[in-house]
Design a protein. Structure first.
Length: 177
């Protein structure tokens, strides 16, 4: 196997890796309604894809290039998700429904630096406390773990918050300081 063949396979891997990572980030930008940024990323992504696929489809019997293309796609998807988790701020709404200890659970959430709204509701077996807190997505696993440890009867659901306006959020308070 020549050094040129290996370099071509490495270039295909790198380009497909970059293309896949950009695609993941672009999809996140689309869901956040960032039209211009997602359009720019899509343009770059299309050029990279065209160059990369040209290096593979010319000879589909070349297992090295085909493997580089496939593995570049897989690793690029993985890294794209890591980029999203690390650098792109997103918010989630954490909903807690509990038949007991609702106010103390709300106080726990507040002690963690998050805002929470308490509402009284009616469940199948009687009165429940409904709590809702919109937080940074990165903070959700820690909050859920604390709630599970202190209120074992709590029903917890998490949903994506597509847009956040005003309110009391730790990330927004830190930016204003």
């Amino acid at each position: 196997m020549s050094s040129e063949a290996i370099l071509l396979a490495l270039a295909i891997f790198a380009l497909r890796f970059l293309n896949s990572a950009l695609a993941t980030v672009r999809m996140i930008m689309v869901t956040q309604h960032r039209r211009w940024l997602s359009s720019v990323i899509a343009t770059i992504e299309a050029v990279i894809f065209a160059v990369t696929v040209a290096g593979v489809v010319n000879d589909l019997t070349n297992i090295l290039n085909l493997g580089a293309y496939a593995f570049g796609f897989g690793f690029g998807s993985y890294v794209g998700i890591m980029i999203e988790e690390r650098f792109i701020t997103g918010f989630v709404a954490v909903n807690i429904i509990t038949p007991n200890d609702g106010h103390s659970t709300a106080e726990l959430i507040r002690s963690m630096g998050h805002a929470v709204t308490e509402t009284v509701g009616e469940g199948r077996d009687g009165q429940v406390c409904m709590l809702r807190s919109v937080i940074n997505r990165r903070d959700a696993p820690g909050m859920i773990q604390h709630i599970k440890q202190t209120n074992t009867d709590a029903f917890i659901s998490v949903e994506e918050a597509r847009a956040v306006h005003r309110g009391w959020l730790r990330a927004m308070r830190a930016q204003k300081s």
